[in-house]
Design a protein around this ligand. Structure first.
Ligand code: ADP
Length: 167
C-alpha cells in the first residue's frame, strides 16, 4: 500500500481509524474545542485514564485506548499556545506531530487522523500551522514502517483550504 496524506472535512470523533490525535492541553484533563468533543464521545473512562499521566509537557504525546470511540487509540498532545511566533511555537508544533506519529508507530497503527493542532483557541495561524503539519507528516511517512495513512481532519472550510494548499 502506498503511503498517503489526505485532507478531509469532518468530525474526528467519528473516525474509525487506528488512532485519532487530540489537541489537548498540558493538564490532559479535558477542555473545549476538539478536546471536549473527544472526551464527550469517548466517555468518562477517558478522563480516568488521562488522570494517571499527571499532565503532559507541550509538544510531547501520551496514548490511551479509544474507549467508546470508533478509533482504537487516542493520542493526546498539547500543542503550543501562539505568543507571536518568536517563542519556539513552530518547533513545538512540529514536536507535537512528530511525537504523536512516533507513538502511533510504536503501537503499530496504520491509519492516523489529526485535527488542526493549536489553530483553534491556541491561536496559531492556520496557514503556517498547515505547512508545518504537512511537512512533518511527510518526513515521518518517508521512514515509517507501520503508519501508512494520515488524515488531516478539518472542522471548517478555511482550515480545510489551508491544509489542501499546504499539501
Ligand atoms: P487548540 O487549543 O489546540 O487550538 P482547538 O480544539 O481549540 O485546539 O482547535 C483545534 C482545531 O480543531 C480547530 O480547527 C477546531 O475548529 C477543530 N475542531 C473542533 N472540534 C473538532 C472535531 N470534532 N473534529 C475535528 N476538528 C475539530
Amino acid at each position: 500500500m502506498a503511503k498517503t496524506i489526505k485532507v478531509e472535512r469532518g468530525d474526528i470523533t467519528k473516525y474509525q481509524v487506528d488512532a485519532i490525535v487530540n489537541a489537548a492541553n498540558t493538564t490532559l484533563m479535558g477542555g473545549g474545542g476538539v478536546d471536549g468533543a473527544i472526551h464527550r464521545a469517548a466517555g468518562p473512562a477517558l478522563y480516568a485514564a488521562c488522570e494517571k499521566f499527571h499532565g503532559c509537557p507541550t509538544g510531547e504525546a501520551r496514548i490511551t485506548p479509544g474507549f467508546q470511540l470508533p478509533a482504537k487509540y487516542i493520542i493526546h498532545t498539547p500543542g503550543p499556545i501562539w505568543h507571536g511566533g518568536e517563542h519556539g511555537e513552530a518547533d513545538l508544533l512540529k514536536n507535537s506531530y512528530r511525537n504523536s506519529l512516533q507513538l502511533a508507530e510504536h503501537y503499530h497503527c496504520q491509519t492516523v487522523a489529526f485535527p488542526s493542532i493549536s489553530t483553534g483557541v491556541y491561536g496559531f495561524p492556520v496557514e503556517q500551522a498547515a505547512v508545518i503539519a504537512i511537512k512533518t507528516i511527510r518526513e515521518f511517512l518517508a521512514a515509517s514502517r507501520w503508519v501508512q495513512e494520515v488524515i488531516m481532519v478539518a472542522f471548517d472550510p478555511k482550515t480545510e483550504a489551508a491544509y489542501q494548499k499546504a499539501l
